[in-house]
Design a protein. Structure first.
Length: 321
């Protein structure tokens, strides 16, 4: 469906009607990539999004979604009747070309091929590029969100790939343990840590750290009045098997939005969401989209035992994926 929409469009117009917001976002970026070289200064472009007559209250989500994407990438767009209008500026070409080049490098490296969760699976490079706009900064965030064990599996099969070589060099500077990570000076006050460590594992931390086990019901007041590091631990496996509830991914993102409003004391205290991932899952629901207000990291385990190489158990998990 996405490829058909892109292939039947031209440099002046693309029609997103019939696509979900997610599909339209992918189609928009693919179309931009395919047509970028043909755009000219001041060219008028139409993005057909519909009027939303069948949407609740007659307000369509698709137009707003596409407008937000345009805004993220610095594309000036205006809403019209059932469409979004763009007057293309040549200054965008260089920025978008750099983004698409990085996307191609990642794709050609095969880092994500048959290797789910090697990197945070929820909108990695588009979301990162839209907010950071520099290759070096995007790469560093990708490194922070990468499973070392699963990266090594890919890198061994592609030793001559220059992108993977560069990536591997950056990966060596990444914190290998939970304690190392929490000592980083550049951390935001709010941190999300993904790990393959079992939910039942004991945190390898000293007494000055405080832990909360209930990630959904601990109140904002309780969290904002603390002066110690606070942990909200989440078991993806447990949460995704709950029946008759809002999907885990949606509950997680709603909770993150709530926690963004908490004022952390001016001490060195951190609010940490520790998400214990199911290593056999291929879903993106256990991840949170990139947000500058949160530092995000991936640790294969919490003590660094598997961050420099795979145990037999880790190899088995990776091969099953």
């Amino acid at each position: 469906m996405i490829d058909r929409v892109v292939s039947t469009s031209n440099k002046n117009k693309i029609n997103f009607i019939g696509l979900t917001q997610y599909q339209a976002g992918i189609a928009f970026l693919k179309w931009l990539h395919s047509q970028l070289s043909s755009f000219s200064l001041g060219q008028d472009i139409e993005l057909i999004v519909g009027r939303g007559l069948n949407s609740p209250n007659g307000i369509g989500k698709l137009p707003e979604s596409i407008l937000n994407i345009c805004k993220s990438y610095g594309i000036h767009a205006e809403k019209g009747e059932g469409k979004i209008l763009i007057k293309f500026q040549l200054s965008l070409k260089s920025d978008l070309n750099n983004f698409f080049k990085l996307e191609e490098e990642i794709q050609n490296s095969k880092l994500l091929d048959n290797n789910p969760r090697a990197i945070n699976g929820f909108g990695h490079t588009p979301a990162l590029w839209a907010q950071l706009r520099k290759r070096t900064k995007v790469l560093q965030e990708l490194v922070n969100l990468t499973s070392v064990a699963r990266f090594q599996k890919v890198a061994r099969a592609a030793l001559d790939n220059t992108f993977l070589t560069e990536f591997a060099t950056l990966l060596q500077t990444k914190p290998k343990t939970l304690e190392e990570l929490l000592l980083l000076q550049a951390l935001e006050k709010k941190v999300i840590i993904y790990t393959f460590a079992p939910y039942e594992s004991k945190l390898p931390l000293k007494d000055e750290y405080q832990e909360y086990l209930d990630w959904e019901t601990t109140t904002k007041e309780e969290l904002s009045n603390q002066t110690k590091n606070q942990f909200l631990r989440i078991s993806e496996l447990k949460e995704t098997t709950r029946i008759g509830d809002i999907p885990f991914g949606e509950r997680l993102r709603r909770r993150v939005e709530e926690l963004e409003k908490i004022d952390i004391p001016t001490t060195s205290a951190l609010l940490v969401l520790l998400i214990h991932l199911d290593p056999t899952s291929k879903l993106a629901g256990g991840f949170v989209g990139y947000n500058k207000k949160w530092s995000q990291f991936f640790l294969d385990d919490l003590e660094g035992r598997n961050n420099g190489g795979e145990t037999d158990e880790r190899k088995e998990v990776a091969s099953d994926s």
